[in-house]
Design a protein around this ligand. Sequence first.
Ligand code: NIG
Ligand code: FE
Length: 410
Amino acid sequence: MDREPFDHLWIHARLATLDTKVSAPCGLLEDHALAVRGESIAAILPTNAPEVRAFRGAVTDCGGKFVTPGFIDCHTHLVWGGSRAADWESRLAGEPYTEIAKRGGGILSTVRATRAMTEDELLRAAFSRLRALVAEGVTCIEIKSGYGLTLDDERKMLRAARRVASECGIEVSPTLLAAHAVPPEFAGRADDYVTLICDEMIPAVASENLAEAVDVFCESIAFTPAQCDRIFTAAKKYRLAVKGHVEQLTNSHGAELIARHGGCSADHLEFLDDAGIAAIAKAGTVAVLLPSAFYFLREKQKPPVEKLRAAGVPMAVASDLNPGTSPFASLRLAMNMACVLYGLAPEEAFAGVTREAAKALGRSNRLGTLEAGKRGDFLVWDVAHLAEIVCQLGVNPLTERVVRGKSDNA
Ligand code: NIG
Ligand code: FE
């Protein structure tokens, strides 16, 4: 008996491949079929191709619906305890984010709440947030630690991150963000805390395989470039990727530092200058735009999107989901804001949560586009126009999610 070459075919689809080799906007292929074998995309063919017509296995007729790659949220702080609604009220009443941080609110108030919770409690708190992201198409997520700030509490967060992603059936890229804030027990001794990060936390987390990257908050209210440099040097010794929250509130030249270390992404970038753009362009570092944090902090300075575009820097878009500056469990909202607030074209927003986000997480070879050989992570959307996915919020036009070749409609 002849074995069928595929396990499952999705036919009559408008495939937004996001593959740069396909010249149409979003790499669109009209009336195509996507063939899955095992966990992978086996082929992309016109629906009327002989192989498609000869196929006798499982077929889903998309009836002209759009299909995109699974969305990748490449910057989140999904795991946390407590609430920062009171901080928000203070900000609305006029107190700046930096002042709230200096008086022990902000990140440190989340640290207190997170330290007080068990791994199971953190997992449960994160679960509903991740379910919301997954419901609108996220199939791979980066999750940072950074609210524990002791080795055990950071480990607890990273374990909760792995478990929550596995419970939701999606891939996780866990990141150690021990350099998020100076913990209270190290107040006035930031360099000693950095030594702890370099000498104990990074080696432990690397040896237990709890994180694949190390992140820093390089900012006037957090860590200096010299401290971040030490952390990146230690991270690379343990073969962990490096990235950073840089130029969010001021310009500390953190992006140049990331570029010098061959970092995978430089995130936020509102205050990025020309030297920073040139450095990340040369290093091939992805610029991760986080417009919902910009919106929620009522920031005024926008990242230099036009110059990044002109310099050919890949731009990803992420939710930055966190309790303080972006309490929004919606990547589509971030895409909408990237267009409305930052001037991205919808096509760039789609690339930002697929192809470029995969690059930011070092997963371009497996994820981010619809191409034969990539993983079978894709989304079927009931929209008449692709941009509707970004334009209209509050309704969810996602009709089918396929992860590792398996449909959740099956
Ligand atoms: O991405 N900038 C630092 N980190 C987060 C904020 C975290 C928080 O306020 O809890 C961010 O904006
Ligand atoms: Fe962040």
